[in-house]
Every structure is written in structure tokens, then in C-alpha cells.
Ligand binder design. Sequence first.
Ligand SMILES: *Cc1c(COP(=O)(O)O)cnc(C)c1O
Length: 376
Amino acid sequence: MNRRNVATICTQIGNRSDEKTGAVSAPIYHSTAYRHEGIGCSTGYDYARTKNPTRALLEEGIAELEGGDGGFACSSGMAAIQLVLTLFEPGDDIVATSDIYGGTYRLFEEGWRKWGLTFQYGDPRNPDMFRRMITEKTKALFIETPTNPLMQEADLSVYKQMAEEHGLYLIVDNTFYTPLIQRPIDEGADIVIHSASKYLAGHNDVIAGLVAAKGEKLCERLAFSLNSAGQILSPNDSWLVMRGIKTLPVRMKQHEENAKEIAAYLESHASVSEVIYPGRGGMLSFRVNDEACVDPFLRNLELITFAESLGGVESLLTYPATQTHADVPQNVREAIGVDNCLLRYSVGIESAADLIADLDYALEKAEQATRESSSS
Ligand SMILES: *Cc1c(COP(=O)(O)O)cnc(C)c1O
């Protein structure tokens, strides 16, 4: 069979997995233990931390979607990042993108630095900055593209070359684009990470993380580590993620179409000083002229929800300064451009006209409120 289109792999995930019944939707196996015929006999399943049939379908699915040799389903995106970090040893250094997901920054700085890993940060649009930071201790490049919340894109082919030259792992967090828009392993990455809580599951109803990796040795190490530490995804949640992935292609189309319309609308709005939209996907950020507008704007949204997270069917607006990036020190935050006027919008799949009307109303109300408070 030819290599299937990503959209087809998404929709078919878990189908034809149960020969016995022909079930189209994958069965959920709760069994933790699996019977052995005798000594040395196994169906391939022994104990569910090591391997569970429902989780295995999702793991095979993400491997195929990302073009990897193996997949790993973890209890959260952070657990997936933890899994990848177990590849390293005290003294190892990782060079990462600067406006990285706040939770990842916290895990690096408050978590793994204590255990002897070091981290440096560079602007992904400036590969020379990365090159200058590489020492003999450097073992990996950790790239988020586009970055969060500033939507800066990295040219992965340049980072692939850099990783090859210096013998580094190229690790890419592909949460924002998903394999429908970008397949980092095709472009030279060794490891792809997802917070599946976002676009892959897509309905704001499950926390999950996925890893896909290239190369048998690397996959063996990751499998060993996941089984040892045990931050696996439950069978029910594995099923929910697969259920979500099935509609990812149509959802992503609508997210992108809406995001393009809304970016154009915001561009033309007098209260908005800047719109940051990379032209693909469903995520955009924008700056309002006046910090004082932010709170009244958020309070006057009636359709779009002011909440953390992204990638679900419902529109969510996030204020990075107090939410996703609250643990990044203010001077670091502002130096990288995550200032107090910046808002991040995960554009949902509602009617774009309704979303624009909601933004319009809330921006108008916010302007009124700031005018009144400055004149009083
Ligand atoms: C949300 C997110 C994570 C963390 O994933 P969880 O599922 O919330 O643990 C990691 N990276 C990016 C880019 C994210 O958006």
C-alpha cells in the first residue's frame, strides 16, 4: 500500500484493529494483566504499564502520522517532555527556543536544572544565535515552531543541519501545527512531542501527551524509560485522543479559515497595535494599544471564553502574562516580547462572523471603559 495521506491516517485511526468483531471504533481494554499459556509465552501483552492494546493503537497512530518508527502515549504533554528529558544525563546541555511554552520553561528551570541539565535559549529565527551557544556539552536542540505565544517559525532544515554537524538530537514540539501542517521528522527531526490535549484531541476534554521518534535504538530507550517511570496514558484517555484525531483534518481546515478572517479583522481595528499570525493553523496573537483595555475586553467577551489552553473546537482567549507565562520572570517575559498588552487567541470552529462580532463588541466596551477611567 502507498503511504497514505495524513488526513486518511487520522480518520482511520483504530479502525480494523479488532479482527474478531470488526469493530470500527477501537475497543477500550481495561485489563491490566494478560494470561500466559506457559513459561516464555506471551500474546505481546503482559502488564498494561508496559503495553496496553488501546494505548498501542494510539501509539502506532502517532508514529504513522509523524513518520516515526515508534510512538509513546503519556499522561500529559509535560509527561511526554519528561519522557524525552530522561534521554539526558547530568552535565548535558539543551538549547531551546526562547518563547517556549511556559510549562516547559518551568520544567526545565525549576525541575531538571536541579538534576544537572542546563538550558540555553535562542530566537528560532536566528540560527546563528543557536550555533554560538553550542558547546561540547550540548546534546539537543529543542524547537517549538511556531513558538508560543509569539508564533515565530523556525526553518527546520537549518536546525537539522546544525544537529547533524554537532551530533545533537533535534526535538520538535509540534503541538501548534500538528502533522497536518508540519511533519518535523520528514524535515530531519529525531523526536516530535505533542500536547495531545490541544489540537489532536481537540475538544478541551482530555489531558494527554504523545511522542514520536525516529530510529529503533532511540525508540527502545524511550519505551524502556516510559515503562520504568510509568507516566502512561490511560486506556479511556487513549480512546478519547483517537476519537479526536479522527476529525482533526476537518477541524484544522475550519480553525485556519476562521483564523485568517479574524487576523484580517484585527489588523484593521484601531485598538489593536499588532497581529501575529503565521498564515497557517488556528493560533494567533495580538497586542492591544493600551494595557488598561485588557481586563474590560476579557470581561465583555460573551462567546469567546477567557481560559488557558488551545486547539479545541471552542474559541479560547489567553492572557499569557498572568496565565501561560506567569512563571516566567517579568523581565525575561518582556525581553522576549510577552508583554502585558499581548493576548493569544485559539480560534475555534464557530462561525467566524459570530466570533468577529464578539471581538468587536468587547473591544468597543473596553475602549469605553478606559476612556471613562482616564477622564474621571
Ligand atoms: C500545552 C502545551 C504543552 C503541555 O502539555 P499538557 O498536555 O498541558 O501537559 C507543551 N507544549 C505546548 C506547545 C503546549 O501548548
